[in-house]
Design a protein around this ligand. Sequence first.
Ligand code: ZN
Length: 420
Amino acid sequence: MTSPETDIPIAIDGDRLWATLEASAQIGSIPPSGLARLALSASDRQMRDLFVSWCREAGLAVRVDRIGNIFARRAGRGGDVAPVMIGSHLDTQVHGGRFDGILGVLAALEVVRALNDADVHTSRPVDIVCWTDEEGARFRRSMLGSSVFTGELELTQALLLTDDDGVTVGDALTEIGYVGEAGVPGPPPHAYLELHIEQNSILDESDVDVGIVDSSYPTYILAVHFEGRTAHAGPTPMAKRHDALTGAARAIVAIDEITRRHGPEAKSSTSSIRVWPNRPAIVSSSVDLRCNICHPDDHVLDGIKREIERAVEAAAAASNVTGHVVPAARFGDAGFDSRVVAALDAAAATAGIPSMRIAAQAGHDAFAIARIAPTAMVFCPCRDGISHHPDEDVDYARVLPSIAVLARAAVAVADGPELG
Ligand SMILES: [Zn+2]
């Protein structure tokens, strides 16, 4: 691993990075500062095309896989061996910001441009990756591309997911021209590193600019379903109604109250609701909710989940409907690789950049990749911790140190021993 005596003078060019970020922020923009760049949309295609052109200008070989993940390779001295992969995602939420995911991809591009400038050639290749549809904002399945890459989600299943207009992932991928040749699941990289804005205010409120992510909050995505019976919303006596929407409303409030009782480390939100028939003058017969819950202690998290299950039953009973909870996803249990974390620590020390250990509290592609390859993340501060909102912002000067750490760690891991 790199030591202070062997530090490589990799110069991150802040102006070049900001110009790249500014150009990316024009695509799918919500004036004055936000982005709505949904996965596999026309604006996603425009962003991908621009990113690919930047990669080609940097001398990288671009490859796309069957789910549209983009890999841009900087060749290594040691031939076509497993690469060090660095990246994130270019898609956004429906009402999102300019940095969530995007900064990770464009920081990786800046790392490669800086390696080119410094004429540094690593032993293993360095691949920049842009994962398809991390947010799940359009097809309601987050970490889509990275989960197909690892084999956790079957390609055929992923391609059949639909958006609210009934368009499938497969058709949308074809439409934007990003059905690639590379097979999935893909070959595990030597290691994976991802830089991301923190999406919380721990770093922003501290005087440390670099968060080295060594752990994460276990998280459930719960699918909650209520089943009732349609009826006329006017004359039907209250005692004879089986109103699924009322059951869901009781449950939404209960989930919030349960979470608050478990203190500030417990977090939850019911973030999506689908109601049928969702029309005037008819009692709703079915409702689907999606709810995130997380807590750093998995025993506490499981306890919260059990309380929610009981509360859903009680809410359903009070509304004369049935209700049940199914965990749709669970992530954040796999800790990050201690050797990759150590490489980040060493990189920060080498560059003389203060850093702190921090836990990830949101889902990231890195969680998917951690299942198949040694993985760790670097966080940089974002203003007031605001994210998934057009006001998402960063102090540019406070972002550069994390990219300097990412660059040094990527080189150290690319030149380091087998991680096995
Ligand atoms: Zn993200």
